[in-house]
Write a protein of this length. Structure first.
Length: 251
């Protein structure tokens, strides 16, 4: 699980709950006063009853507290209304949201870079595979390393498909539908096993084996969210490389 989920059970907020919490904090920072729930509703474009229910739910979770305040439009007894303000727990949560968003942006950049390479580079030779095998070991981030390593493993299968007669390792790995660290580990095993069967150059094979060992080790350190992201990337990369393989076979 991600950082938010692992912090505590109460930290598990839906995207909608996060949006309400952020908006309440924004409005509170503007006025430094408790915020009437109708203001939150207006700011988010929802009806006031939905806003009230959501803020009460966040209060139960400890992210906001409510208090009765006198209405500015009326005076006298019986003219108080309920308003909400964030707790210190809310501020800590929003800092986590921000960090999570930054990590997500970094992942999207890695994903887009990889898919762009696969779409735009000529995959009819092994140059991109060679570049990755040399470059990937220098990556420090386990997530980025696993993404680039998975790409190299797929490209290795693509290269072996051209050498193999009557065999298509890409189809085999697509049939595995690799998800989670076990399925992704199977991708690594199939790629290396196919390389051994095809008698890959020893120097390249040694690099591939070293990359695979670290890939399998780093997979066990990834959160569930990172594993899902990586599995989706593998699916997209397989589809892209398979289409490239079909294009090169056309007369």
């Amino acid at each position: 699980m991600g950082a938010l989920a692992s912090a505590s059970p109460n930290m598990r907020l839906t995207r909608r709950q996060q949006d309400f919490l952020r908006k309440l904090l924004d409005l509170y920072h503007e006025t430094q006063r408790p915020i009437h729930y109708t203001r939150v509703a207006t700011a988010l474009g929802v009806n006031r009853f939905s806003a009230y229910d959501m803020l009460k739910l966040l209060e139960q979770k400890g992210y906001v507290r409510s208090e009765y305040v006198l209405s500015q439009a009326h005076s006298g007894p019986g003219r108080s209304s309920i308003a909400f303000l964030p707790t210190p727990k809310a501020r800590a949560a929003v800092r986590l949201f921000a960090g999570h968003g930054s990590q997500n942006a970094e992942w999207l950049a890695v994903r887009e870079r990889i898919l762009t390479q696969l779409r735009e580079r000529d995959l009819s030779d092994d140059r991109l595979l060679t570049e990755l095998i040399i470059h990937v070991p220098s990556l420090q981030s386990p997530v980025e390393f696993c993404a680039e390593a998975a790409t190299a493993l797929i490209l290795n299968l693509h290269a072996l498909t051209h050498r193999a007669r009557g065999l298509n390792p890409l189809k085999a790995v697509a049939a595995l539908a690799p998800t989670g660290h076990i399925g992704l580990g199977a991708l690594a095993g199939l790629s290396v096993g196919s390389a051994l069967a095809q008698g890959l150059d020893r120097a390249v094979l040694d690099r591939l084996l070293a990359l695979t060992r670290r890939f399998q080790a780093d997979l066990t350190t990834l959160s569930d969210e990172h594993l899902r992201n990586l599995s989706e990337l593998v699916d997209e990369a397989l589809e892209t490389v398979t289409h490239a393989s079909l294009r090169t076979r056309q007369p």
